[in-house]
Design a protein. Structure first.
Length: 262
């Protein structure tokens, strides 16, 4: 069985084909009459998310996942607002303390040497990730959550660190090899139209999967998507709420986990 999906990187579009899907999970069904699920998530604790994304989501009654970089000074300045975001039913996810990435990858000149995953070891990054969980608990009083790897990087100097932290999370955004690949279909948009966002959702629906849309800035900050495109997507999801399940990544993956008996 072939699956085609798209991943938007920081700048360019990559198309990945011929992904194998285990026929044993082909009978998976979403709850109620839903044909697919949509996880709207927002990385790095950016101000434009509080200003533009949260009010738009609340207008349509959608619950989303916000992956906070705990060292971001904007988090400290707006911590009560982020606490209210959680109180209103949105998920606060783990995006590490310092947003470490692999500096050796092209275009990563902005990565500071002391946040370079290429120089870290698994035990080090594991401590950082688990400490971030403790700090998140101080904000939302939650004991279970999900994780999004900064830059989509999984490896440090001595191997894959995700395997060392997996047991501490319900799921890892974009990297759950124990499940069918259709649950890890991922779009990281930048400067795209609402039409492009909607097309991605429809492609995932055709596969009965989970559309993971990982936003950063909304009409501001960086890796920006316009307020117009964002709202066009939300309106489309609201108009199709009978067949598209929009919820936090945590809630959706708890359902997937239960259905697979994990």
């Amino acid at each position: 069985m072939n699956i085609k999906f798209v991943i938007y990187g920081l700048v360019t579009l990559t198309v990945i084909t011929d992904v194998f899907a285990d026929e044993a999970v082909a009978v998976f069904k979403w709850p109620k009459q839903y044909k697919a699920a949509v996880s709207l998530s927002y990385d790095d604790a950016l101000n434009s998310q509080l200003i533009n994304a949260v009010p738009a989501l609340d207008k349509y009654g959608f619950k989303a996942s916000f992956y906070l970089t705990l060292s971001n000074p904007n988090l400290t300045t707006n911590i009560e607002q982020w606490r209210q975001v959680a109180t209103n039913g949105h998920e606060l996810g783990n995006h590490t303390l310092y947003h470490p990435c692999r500096k050796s990858i092209s275009g990563r000149d902005w990565v500071m040497p002391y946040h370079d995953l290429d120089t870290k070891v698994i035990s080090h990054i594991r401590q950082e990730v688990l400490l971030a969980n403790t700090l998140l608990h101080a904000i939302d009083n939650k004991n279970s959550r999900t994780f999004t790897p900064p830059c989509g990087d999984f490896n440090v100097s001595d191997g894959n660190y995700i395997n060392a932290i997996r047991d501490s999370f319900i799921a890892i955004k974009g990297y759950n090899p124990q499940y069918d690949p259709k649950f890890d279909l991922l779009l990281m948009p930048e400067n795209v139209s609402g039409e492009t966002l909607i097309a991605f959702v429809n492609e995932v629906q055709s596969q009965g999967g989970l559309a993971n849309i990982v936003f950063h800035g909304i009409e501001g900050d960086y890796l920006t998507v316009s307020d117009k495109a964002h709202n066009e997507l939300l309106q489309y999801l609201a108009e199709n709420k009978d067949r598209l399940w929009v919820d936090t990544y945590s809630t959706i993956m708890k359902y997937v986990k239960t259905e697979h008996g994990f």
